[in-house]
Design a protein around this ligand. Structure first.
Ligand SMILES: [Zn+2]
Length: 252
């Protein structure tokens, strides 16, 4: 089941990244001819606070990739670069991104495959990065059915649950918040989905819960709403990223 046409260019993404940050890009090449180089960027190497920001695990969510590129190109990282080591995965599912599919070239939903014995190469790549603990992970998504912004959060310290509320508070003037009691099958509270679940009992893990199993203090999965224009979606995600980084900067 191969989609007919490319709707986005991964090469254009690589080109934009190289223009912005020529020295900090690492690519991971696979032996599989059907996959693309997987890209990792590290800014502020060796700094004491560590965050992982990722996008494009679902290929049909271009607003996530665009937000991460804007974070780099418009230098939104600058206020954080003295304290934070910022690791970025700008496009985890390049094939899906090019062809506009949620799944990868094998038809696999990568964000369901973080608890399997032999994960797809894209998942293995993300897992290898999570082998060193992060204080914070931020995963960028978008939802084409949602009426507004919402997020998932999971963390070690319950006190940090206030961060989810703080993020949505910062966004509400940019994009409406999805206030449904149930979003995508999960119960939600004013746009926050906090999975109060013992992850060891789950059959599958998304990337966020894999990170949590590896000791990430706070895992955020952010969902912007595709029905708004790209600039609004990007603005909402950038505001969320900055709110989270400010929160943890002030905590230390
Ligand atoms: Zn998604």
């Amino acid at each position: 089941m191969q989609p007919a046409n490319k709707i986005n260019s991964f090469e254009a993404i690589v080109h934009r990244l190289k223009k912005t940050l020529p020295d900090s890009i690492e690519t991971y090449h696979t032996n599989q001819t059907s996959t693309y180089p997987l890209i990792k960027i590290v800014l502020g190497k060796g700094n004491p606070q560590r965050v992982l920001i990722s996008a494009g695990i679902h290929g049909d969510e271009p607003g996530s990739v665009e937000s991460l590129l804007s974070f780099l190109q418009d230098e939104h990282y600058l206020p954080y670069i003295n304290k934070w080591e910022i690791t970025l995965l700008p496009c985890i599912n390049p094939h899906g991104y090019e062809f506009g599919t949620r799944e990868n070239h094998q038809g696999k939903d990568l964000n369901r495959l973080f608890k399997v014995d032999e994960p797809p190469i894209e998942v293995f790549f993300a897992q290898s990065i999570l082998s060193i603990p992060f204080e914070l992970t931020i995963e960028l998504h978008e939802d084409n059915e949602s009426t507004g912004y919402y997020l998932y959060q999971k963390g070690i310290d319950a006190k940090d649950d206030e961060l989810g509320i703080e993020i949505l508070d910062a966004i509400k003037n940019i994009m409406p918040i999805n206030l449904d009691d149930e979003i995508d099958g999960s119960s939600a509270n004013h746009g926050v989905i906090g999975k109060n679940i013992d992850i060891s009992s789950m059959d599958w893990w998304p990337m966020a819960l894999y990170g949590f199993s590896k000791g990430v203090e706070r895992c955020l999965t952010l969902e912007t709403a595709s029905q708004f224009d790209m600039a609004t979606r990007v603005n909402a995600h950038l505001t969320a990223i900055k709110t989270a980084l400010n929160y943890f900067s002030n905590k230390r």
